[in-house]
Design a protein around this ligand. Structure first.
Ligand code: GDP
Length: 299
């Protein structure tokens, strides 16, 4: 919890400073409500969440004396309520051998690092893990995954730069099956500037692995960088048209003042948030906990 608090420090500061500046102790009037609403929007919580929080606060406290602590506590409760339904761990189906996780997201969002962190986590749970370096376009991405794989003690299936990503995914799944792996994590390219190609590539990966296992991928995770703030919305929209996204991982919450965007995403898309990234290290992937996050955000 203290790591989460430390990680969220910038987001917390951004939200709470603006709230605190509006209060010492005073009667809650319309002007203050409007200012509070602006503060929530500025903190990336989004227009819809802000309106919802303000409506509730107004209904319960209008004309009454309130302190900033009371307001922050009320907001934290409401935010926790929004986050609760989406906060769930990534469920690995042990009956699958392997459970196939397809990991998508734009370049730089933290896909490779998140895969390494998950590999480390699953291995720690005693599962047999395999990685597929499906971002065959970028030599650096393949090399990076190999380094992470070595460090985590997990095999990495790769091919030379420019190889067909779907072919690689197919081979990796065959190998994972043959070796009795519990989890296969497939990295993918994130060339969003070349949307049509990327869409075709992701669709082909899905099509090809389904030849081996019609139920695969069993999870398709979209990795989002919290520092991109509102841009994350567009990324969800875009990737939803390209692959069967069923959960989110939000990274770089440690370096971001835009952690509030997670609340906006939860409210808008209602996709499970299975983990959050709070640092560059192998241990810096955390389960997403609604109440802890909401309290962290509101100081
Ligand atoms: P990819 O292009 O999507 O595979 O992104 P990478 O995994 O290569 O990550 C891009 C950069 O973000 C790297 O420098 C990572 O160390 C960094 N990164 C990833 N996740 C986190 C995180 O949770 N916190 C911080 N501070 N940095 C992160």
């Amino acid at each position: 919890l203290s790591r989460l608090r430390a990680g969220l420090a910038k987001s917390t500061k951004r939200v709470t400073e603006s709230i605190t500046s509006l209060f010492t102790k005073k009667k809650l009037d319309q002007e203050t409500l409007n200012e509070l609403e602006d503060a929530l929007i500025q903190a990336d919580l989004g227009v819809s969440v802000a309106a919802r929080l303000i409506a509730k606060l107004g209904k319960e406290r209008f004309g009454k004396e309130v302190t900033d602590e009371e307001v922050r506590a009320a907001f934290a409760d409401d935010i926790a309520e929004i986050l609760q339904p989406v906060a769930m761990p990534l469920a690995i189906d042990s009956a699958r051998k392997p459970h196939v996780v397809l990991v998508v997201g734009v370049n730089g969002s933290g896909k490779t690092t998140t895969i390494a962190k998950m590999a480390h986590l699953f291995k720690g749970e005693g599962r047999k893990v395999m990685l597929a370096a499906g971002d065959t376009f970028r030599a650096a991405a393949v090399e990076q995954l190999k380094v992470w794989g070595d460090r985590a003690g997990v095999p990495v299936i790769s091919k030379p730069t420019g190889a067909d990503a779907a072919g690689l995914a197919y081979e990796a799944l065959e190998k994972a099956r043959a070796e009795g792996s519990d989890v296969l994590l497939i990295d993918t390219a994130g060339r969003l500037h070349n949307k049509t190609n990327l869409m075709e590539e992701l669709a082909k990966i899905v099509r090809v692995i389904r030849k081996i296992d019609p139920s695969a991928p069993h999870s398709c995770l979209l990795v989002l960088d919290a520092t991109t703030g509102q841009n994350a919305h567009a990324q969800v929209e875009t990737f939803k048209t390209m692959s069967p996204i069923d959960a989110l991982v939000v990274t770089k919450l440690d370096g971001s003042a835009k952690g509030g965007v997670l609340v906006a995403l939860a409210e808008k898309f209602k996709l499970p948030v299975v983990a959050i990234g709070i640092g560059e290290g192998i241990d810096d992937l955390r389960p997403f906990e609604a109440r802890a996050f909401a309290r962290g955000l509101m100081g």
